[in-house]
Design a protein around this ligand. Structure first.
Ligand code: ATP
Ligand code: MG
Length: 347
């Protein structure tokens, strides 16, 4: 059985600036993410933990009230719980202000109503959350954090978030290509238009013969699409940059958490297949809530034996990945002291 000592996980991830913690619901993602962050912070490594899980249990695990802005948990430990509602509102407020700068004011009430409805459209929250995650990913890398740890929502969601930068990049490409085609047509139209205006201007000049008066037709009409294109270009650059960071194995590590049970094993297999397809190989697998084999009580002894059998399957299924055990504790592990202690080397 190739179980590593748990402290090895801390060493393995020591040089990884970005760590994603994923896995099925309830297996211990938040506990693992918070334990890693607490340990690194206790070693005076500046660490940021970002929770993308709308259930917001990170604050409960840390015994700290968190919100959409950074909160200092300890001097070396900051935490954020992304709030989808706040992010979606900010995202749509930005879209509205971009549209407002070029749209006909009479149209604004209709546009506002459309935007209000779009906020609850499928995928709107996901897209806004993804953009916010990518922003945190990039700004944290520039803000002197040695580690930024993402505590994510259950597997399916996480995987979509990880591959979304590519999808969003392709989607934005499509929109930009369309904008370019329209810009070309417009420039032909403008050219014809300015040709006509020049002939008109000649007639006017002839009539008023005032050569140094500025030509009112020379000023270029501001292109109302330019701003929209600039926003799209910026978003595309953000997704591209995030995509590069996520695929760089020296920068990003993906850690999957599971328990030694049949369903988490099946889900972890599927998760790994999907990640490998997107060339995002996990770095390690944590097997949480293990029961120490020597148990006097019949019930716990049978549970422990069952886990040992499943550990064989896990070992065979994930032979390419280092496996780290976390044993079941008597109570929930809460607060940075207890969480950090979980990962301390055994003496
Ligand atoms: N090794 C452990 N020993 C004892 N309790 C644990 C252990 N790991 C996790 N727990 C407890 O199990 C519950 C679920 O853990 P946690 O919240 O970390 O899971 P999660 O994967 O983040 O869940 P979700 O999918 O809902 O976000 C919590 O109450 C946590 O305190
Ligand atoms: Mg969680």
């Amino acid at each position: 059985m190739a179980l590593h000592a748990l402290h090895g996980l801390v060493d393995q991830l020591a040089t990884q600036p970005i760590i994603f913690i994923g896995g099925k619901g309830g297996v211990g993602k938040t506990t693992t993410a918070a334990a890693l962050a607490s340990y690194y912070a206790s070693q005076q490594k500046k660490t940021l933990i970002v929770s993308t899980d709308p259930a917001h249990s990170l604050g409960d695990v840390l015994n700290v009230r968190l919100n959409n802005e950074k909160t200092a948990v300890t001097p070396y430990f900051d935490a954020i719980e992304l709030n989808p509602d706040v992010i979606v509102d900010a995202h749509f407020a930005q879209i509205e202000s971009t549209i407002k700068s070029y749209a006909n004011p009479d149209m604004m009430p209709k546009i506002r109503e459309h935007l209000r409805l779009s906020k609850s459209a499928p995928g709107a929250q996901e897209a806004a959350m993804l953009e916010s995650m990518c922003q945190h990913l990039i700004t944290a890398a520039d803000a002197n954090y040695q580690h930024i740890i993402f505590d994510t929502a259950p597997t399916g969601h996480t995987l979509r978030l990880l591959v979304l930068p590519e999808m969003m990049g392709a989607w934005t490409d499509g929109l930009l290509a369309q904008q370019r085609r329209q810009a070309k047509l417009r420039s032909v139209a403008n050219h014809l238009d300015s040709h006509n205006q020049k002939s008109n201007q000649k007639d006017i000049d002839k009539k008023i013969d005032k050569k140094d008066v500025p030509n009112p037709f020379a000023a270029k009409k501001p292109d109302r699409w330019e701003q929209a294109v600039a926003v799209l270009e910026k978003r595309k650059a953000l997704f591209r940059q995030a995509g590069i960071l996520l695929h760089d194995r020296t920068k990003t590590a993906i850690v999957l958490v599971m328990t030694a049970d049949v369903l988490p094993l099946a889900e972890t297999k599927r998760a790994i297949e999907q990640l490998e397809e997107s060339k995002l190989n996990p770095s390690a697998i944590v097997i949480n809530q293990l029961i120490a084999p020597a148990q006097s009580d019949e019930f716990w002894r049978l549970r422990a034996e069952r886990q040992q059998q499943l550990l064989q399957d896990i070992d065979n299924s994930f032979s390419n990945y280092p496996l780290y055990p976390i044993y079941l504790q008597q109570t929930d592990v809460r607060g940075t002291e207890a969480l950090g202690a979980l990962l301390r080397p055994l003496s």
